[in-house]
Design a protein around this ligand. Structure first.
Ligand code: SF4
Ligand code: MSK
Length: 653
């Protein structure tokens, strides 16, 4: 007899009260959400351990995770080869996602420079010049167009360069770069690295897990220091570099008396274009004529984070709340572009008569309406979406239930802004941060990033981990969906300093910042790389990123992009902990290689823990180990570089 299906209580699925309320409503409405399917579709135990290979038709070959060396695949591939190849393909996919996103930003940038894209412009010339100078492109006495053209050509190499080192490695601290050169993993263009990764992981090619790992690192570095960094730089140049902005989050941002439009996905252009369209007097009038008090533009997931950080656009929730927001019945249109868009959003939207619209030719959904966004005339698409939303508002039949939860926070901390904020606008620099780490007020810095996942109680690990870190004087920087979890919990307000340890609280109160700094979308992890590079170049905390008292964590990850991000942090020198699951068979040589051997070679290493307390313990223990190695486990006078030392470092980097 079939076992009766156990109904899990919403409060055991998520700590987000709005999402709990909407799970309960969806059950009343008979609407299935991904939380329900996560219960029904149990993870395959072989796949979860990455103990299966389907790279050729002699297989698929399944290994035995409980006795991993008992057998090999038909071709003789060992568990280490199989797991390394699978891991490599995850990194290739994640890297492709970020670099293709970056490539789309470059296409837009080229259109702006050539004058074929007329609705956007170069907004941040200061950032353009900074990027140019970091690439050794002269700026003095040159026109914006000339500088931008040279920047474009240099950044295009990040994708296309077939040999040598991509230009952005000029930003990597010298000793970190030496480690990469010694190990032969300095990235060429991402297209080359992804292609080689896919080739080397095909049947009968690279069958040495250590050698495969080198290409895994090289591919991931082409993401972090390549495609992702390009994406962030170009977004800043075109739409403005974020600076602290007060934000409002949670589902209470939806308004019963307004036309609600949610934008979800990753590329900023859709939301930036929507921001222009909603200001059109004719559309405002149309909304008013339909009886609406206004048009309410709301972000979700990483698209939302991008414009929230730049312009303070309200944000309704992270990856695990996208269906739940539709269950309110209050969303007149949800429009999406690329990445992290669940196929069933279209179906859930249908249950509530919500317009669901895909806009990008790379990401259509079967049965969903598609209105293509062309960067040469983006408002054609966004105006049409708004008109559809107004129509839906006018014909609303569904009962609406909007959770009345709202939280405030301060977000929009770019690595540039951290510099000005700590050092003042005249002597911007990372000296005060390094100084406070050396004197022990700040114990170290942790990046807490990444997704939410229905197999892990939504937001719980993010919030508990961060509470534990700040209590222990660890300054937290954030990207991706993690930020929403923390913002909803009130941890991104300056007042959250009260929950921090004494030293960190003192620094936060003096500078007026929260102990948790939101740096943007998941592609903006490159800002964290830049911040740690600045810390090394400032001096006093070792010579490479691997020397710093820093650690990273993605407690509720789900995407292949997260694995690529984790690997570029590890290859850059950061101890990186993942939570809830890790795609590897325990006790294998490949596991030991990722979780221990890499550190001995001068990189960071991977860690895993399944509770936030254990994640925090691992990260703090690592930070303390680095403090001991630096000789700053007890407060002491800072030793910072003088100008001559710094120039020498910059010249060689
Ligand atoms: Fe099996 Fe080897 Fe083919 Fe993989 S490549 S499916 S291990 S025979
Ligand atoms: S959206 S990759 S769930 S962070 Fe960038 Fe969030 Fe993870 Fe997608």
């Amino acid at each position: 007899m079939a076992k009766p299906r156990q109904i899990i209580r919403p409060e055991d699925i998520t700590i987000c009260e709005s999402t709990q309320q909407m799970i309960a409503k969806a059950r009343r409405d008979g609407v299935e959400l991904f939380f329900d399917r996560a219960e029904e579709v149990k993870p395959c135990p072989i796949g979860e351990n990455s103990a299966c290979c389907k790279h050729c038709s002699m297989g698929p070959c399944r290994m035995n995770p409980s006795d991993p060396y008992k057998r090999v695949g038909v071709c003789g591939a060992t568990i280490d080869t199989i797991a390394a190849r699978n891991f490599g393909r995850m990194v290739a996919a994640g890297t492709a996602a970020h670099t293709d996103h970056g490539m789309a930003m470059l296409d837009l940038f080229r259109g702006v420079i050539e004058g074929t894209v007329k609705d956007f412009e170069i907004k941040d010339t200061l950032k353009l010049n900074e990027v140019a100078e970091s690439l050794d492109i002269k700026t003095a006495g040159r026109s914006v167009k000339d500088v931008a053209t040279d920047v474009y050509k240099a950044l295009e190499l990040t994708y296309t360069q077939v040999d040598g080192e991509i230009p952005l490695v000029k930003r990597v601290p010298k000793k970190t770069l030496e480690t990469w050169r010694r190990e032969g993993i300095v990235p060429r263009g991402a297209m080359r690295e992804i292609m080689e990764m896919m080739h080397r992981t095909a049947m009968g090619v690279d069958q040495d897990y250590e050698n495969i790992t080198k290409q895994i690192s090289r591919t991931a570095l082409a993401d972090g220091w390549g495609g992702s960094m390009v994406s962030t730089d170009i977004s800043d140049i075109l739409f403005g570099t974020p600076a602290p902005v007060e934000i409002t989050v949670d589902m209470g941002v939806l308004k019963a008396d307004q036309v609600n439009i949610i934008v979800h996905g990753h590329e900023p252009i859709l939301l930036e274009a929507m921001m222009i369209s909603v200001e059109a007097p004719s559309l405002k009038q149309m909304a008013q004529d339909a009886g609406a008090k206004g048009i309410n533009l709301v972000g979700m997931c990483c698209s939302g984070l991008d414009v929230m950080s730049r312009h303070g656009i309200p944000h309704a929730g992270n990856f695990s709340s996208t269906e739940a927001a539709l269950v309110t019945g209050a969303v007149d249109a949800m429009t999406v572009d690329i990445q992290c868009i669940k196929q069933d959003l279209h179906k859930v939207a249908g249950c509530y008569d919500t317009e669901f619209i895909t806009t990008n030719y790379r990401a259509k959904i079967e049965g969903a309406q598609h209105i293509p966004l062309d960067e040469h005339d983006p408002m054609k698409c966004t105006d049409e979406i708004i008109i559809k939303a107004i129509q839906r508002f006018k014909n609303r039949k569904m009962a609406i239930e909007i959770p009345q939860k709202l939280a405030k926070g301060v977000h929009g901390f770019s690595h540039e802004y951290i510099k000005y904020m700590l050092g003042g606008s005249f002597r911007g620099g990372y000296e005060p941060l390094n100084d406070n780490i050396i004197n022990g007020r700040i114990r170290g810095v942790a990046g807490v990033v990444g997704c939410t996942n229905p197999r892990s109680k939504q937001d719980f690990s993010h919030v508990e981990l961060v509470k534990e870190l700040i209590k222990n004087d660890v300054l937290v920087v954030q990207t991706g969906c993690s930020q929403m979890a923390l913002a909803k919990a009130g941890l991104t307000t300056p007042g959250a300093a009260a929950m921090a340890g004494r030293g960190l609280a003192e620094v936060c109160e003096t500078v007026g910042i929260p102990p948790v700094l939101g740096l943007g979308a998941c592609v903006d992890n490159s800002r964290i790389l830049m911040a740690v590079s600045e810390m090394v170049k400032t001096g006093g905390l070792g010579e490479s990123i691997a020397d710093l008292p820093v650690a990273g964590c993605a407690p509720e990850w789900m995407s292949e992009k997260a694995i690529a991000i984790g690997q570029y942090f590890v290859a850059s020198g950061v101890f990186t902990v993942f939570g809830h699951t890790f795609p590897i068979t325990k006790g294998t040589r490949f596991e030991k290689h990722l979780f221990s051997d890499l550190e001995e070679k001068g990189f960071g290493k991977w860690g895993f823990a399944d509770s936030p307390q254990e994640m925090a313990r691992l990260m703090i223990a690592h930070i303390d180990k680095k403090r001991r190695e630096l000789g700053i486990d007890k407060a002491r006078e800072r030793v910072l570089l003088d100008m001559a030392d710094r120039r020498a470092l910059e010249a060689t980097a």
